[in-house]
Unconditional design. Structure first.
Length: 480
């Protein structure tokens, strides 16, 4: 590549058309508009071009072309991400993998499935159900989000407490590098030789390569699953109840918590039967054999009452269980109905700190004059505070971002981290310097350089530039 010559948009479009065809290239700005941001719309940017390849061979050819011409590439699934991780680069292309949506193979004996990255999360379990199997990680957006995006962000879901995140449920990946080489990472064996590159790739947010094929583990559908819904008149009581369940040695399939704002919004939206007078709600699901579920459900219900629950309700049928979860999984869009805008955080904390952190968030909410709806995976301490604001009010977005940064910094201060499943993207890049020191960030850059020396893959995301570290100091430090 001639470093002094920059290819024009027209020239780049002509070259890409030769690879994918004119029908798979979006040039005009109006049609590109849906690609300007992901599910977090606070940060937006228009791409140079949007490319929608039909197969991995076209992906490979596009990657070779962009590397030769020094064009940035941002890979994208269905855009349900919540950290601005798929926000375009104005000088680069969006590489949409939505058309790579085939389920290539389901092996019921090995309990595995081989998929293209554009397969929807829920579609995996739907296809595997005829064999009595399912795919465990279940983000709230599973009806729309893709397995490729789940790999990029190491997504979790309401059942990640017992069955793990994406990284715990993937066997192998096919990855195309920035130069167009094809890597096979992982495998079907219990162990693989060499460095664990698959764990490195999962959660790398499109910074190291483009995933074009994924092999996942499938699990047998449990004999029975049942939910206990517990209502509390105090958020701290609910937080303490979470610790009590885990301390008892019970590992629920899911243990979720919602506060009063989220309860009212979700009930109004989903009609799930939630007690709207509650200050906090816990949903605890137990699965396994009939005997195991019966025993654990009784124990959980007893613990909830001991920790101050004023009511408990057990699902009596599969339809009722699904309805209770519908409210939780609808919480994000439901909250969107009670506020013009909301800003979703994703800090993770030790379970023992739940009550303390929730109290601190409540204090910050009063200080900033902004409501917060708390919806999160309580069992593993993954918080999702939704800060409600109005972007049309001058200065309110900036105040909201500052509030969100404070929550993430609090998460680190109590021994947690700035993300659990949404990723860093652009949204949390300033807090990376709170989480990691310069030596650690230097190692991240060394890994990035090994895979992408020209920094063409998803530039400006995930890792702050060391030369600008002063910009990423915590708000507390900047105020001193």
């Amino acid at each position: 590549m001639n470093q002094n010559t920059k290819i024009s948009k027209v020239q780049l479009a002509e070259a890409i058309v030769q690879i994918v065809g004119a029908q798979n290239l979006i040039i005009d700005e109006e049609t590109q508009k849906p690609y300007e941001c992901d599910g977090l719309s606070v940060y937006c940017e228009m791409p140079l071009l949007v490319v929608l390849p039909d197969n991995k061979e076209q992906v490979q050819a596009v990657m070779v072309l962009c590397h030769q011409q020094g064009v940035p590439v941002v890979a994208r699934g269905t855009g349900t991400g919540l950290c601005a991780g798929a926000m375009p680069d104005k000088d680069g292309i969006i590489l949409s993998l939505a058309k790579l949506s085939r389920i290539l193979e389901i092996d019921p004996e090995a309990r595995t499935a081989r998929l293209e990255p554009g397969v929807r999360n829920l579609a995996i379990s739907e296809a595997a159900s005829e064999f009595g199997l399912y795919y465990a990680p279940d983000p709230s957006s599973q009806i729309a989000c893709t397995i490729g995006g789940n790999v990029a962000e190491n997504s979790g879901g309401v059942h990640c407490l017992k069955y793990g995140l994406t990284v715990h449920n993937i066997l192998a990946l096919e990855v195309i590098t920035v130069t167009g080489e094809v890597l096979q990472v992982g495998g079907s064996g219990l162990d693989n030789a060499g460095y664990d590159l698959m764990a490195l790739m999962i959660g790398s947010e499109g910074l190291l390569g483009v995933v074009t094929e994924i092999s996942v583990k499938l699990l047998p559908q449990p004999e029975k699953a049942q939910v206990v819904m517990a209502a509390f008149d105090d958020v701290q009581k609910a937080g303490n109840a979470v610790t009590a369940v885990i301390s008892e040695g019970i590992i629920p399939a899911g243990l979720e918590m919602m506060d009063s704002h989220a309860i009212v919004a979700a009930e109004d939206f989903a009609k799930a039967g939630y007690p709207t007078e509650a200050k906090a709600l816990l949903l605890c699901e137990v699965d396994g054999s009939l005997e195991e579920v019966q025993e654990h459900i009784q124990s959980v219900e007893k613990l909830f009452f001991e920790q101050g629950a004023f009511s408990c309700k057990k699902s009596g049928s599969e339809a009722e269980r699904a309805q209770l979860w519908k409210g939780r999984k609808s919480a994000f869009p439901a909250v969107g109905r009670i506020s013009p805008d909301y800003y979703c955080m994703d800090g993770t904390i030790p379970r023992s700190q739940l009550a303390h952190v929730l109290l601190e968030i409540d204090k910050m909410s009063d200080a900033y004059g902004l409501r917060v709806a708390n919806v999160f995976h309580a069992g593993d301490g993954n918080l999702h505070p939704l800060i409600l604001f109005d972007a049309n009010v001058p200065g309110e977005l900036e105040k909201t971002e500052e509030f969100g940064a404070k929550i993430l910094e609090l998460s680190v201060d109590v021994g947690g981290c700035i993300t659990g499943e949404h990723g860093v993207g652009k949204e949390k890049i300033r807090q990376m310097h709170k989480q990691f020191n310069d030596t650690e960030l230097t190692q991240f850059h060394a890994i990035k350089y090994a895979f992408d020396p020209l920094a063409l893959l998803n530039p400006g995301k995930g890792i702050p530039e060391l030369k600008r570290c002063q910009e990423y100091r915590s708000i507390d430090s900047a105020a001193e």
